[in-house]
Design a protein around this ligand. Sequence first.
Ligand SMILES: [Zn+2]
Length: 365
Amino acid sequence: MAGVPVPLNIDTVRDAPKVLLHDHLDGGLRPTTILELADRIGYQGLPTPEADQLGRWFVTASHSGSLERYLETFGHTVAVMQDEEALVRVAAECAQDLAMDGVVYAEVRFAPELHVGQGLALEAVVEAVLEGFRVGSRRAAERGRRIRVGCLLTAMRHAARSREIAELAVRYRDLGVLGFDIAGAEAGFPPTRHLDAFEYLRQQNAHFTIHAGEAFGLPSIWEALQWCGADRLGHGVRIVDDINLGADGTPRLGRLAAYVRDKRIPLEMCPTSNVHTGAAKSLADHPIGLLAKLRFRVTVNTDNRLMSDVSMTSELTALAGTFDYDWPDLQWLAVNAMKSAFLNFDDRLTLINDVIKPGYAALMA
Ligand SMILES: [Zn+2]
């Protein structure tokens, strides 16, 4: 008996199984949590004491069109995440919020070195976050939403602790840390500054992604792949600079773009975040439209749920509206992301076959 396909809208997309590879822990706090944590530790720096206004302030401050200004907003979230109790709470709420949004698998990243201001050891930071993910996943399961959450450890690209953080990631790799990343302002801080960290990770058979090609162009992507050996690209939007549309609109890929596509290098794309930081003019203008059409290994991500006021559901619904995507396209994106996860192959396959495909089959009826 053939059923009727479920219409695609914000409520039905919420129930579709989604996979998230690029989400920052310090970019996804609930405004009420920021206020309560600030109150507990006596942090005076917040621009307003009211939750709705605070939420709006983060979004406005992030809309300035400047990546540097956008990164400033993290001063406040990081300020209230300096003890174990706060880290456990933020991570637990992150896992819960993602699960309630229909995310079935997530890799959430954070920079341990940003959470040691009050004396926490790097190890304690990692353990608190992992504990939070366990607590949040358990609470979500009690409400009928199953999620699996792992984390990536980020090193800040302007700092000099990347090798140390890479070693930390390897030490915790069987305990919930799935990989490594570098983040922060791209211009002036090429990934090759951290070559020793990447060489170490490769020697340890460990996985890593690199924020590259967000605000800065092709050289950054090229270095991330060909010098550093990144498994995935954080954003990677500027790869479109290596694609020429001929007079008749036929796309011609340059060597780097062809390499990225041929090697199925996953692009962790975060369209709304890119619009906010000025890396794309609008969703309609975002390179994800062309890159998905050309069958690059495109994945859709939130980046910073608080700053961009997005969820996986809102982002996918907006993309579907902009580019006319239907359930098969959303399934393609979820499977792309699951294939690109740093989780072991057996578990990736299980999630694809037992969770993602049946989920979309039900929606496509
Ligand atoms: Zn990011």
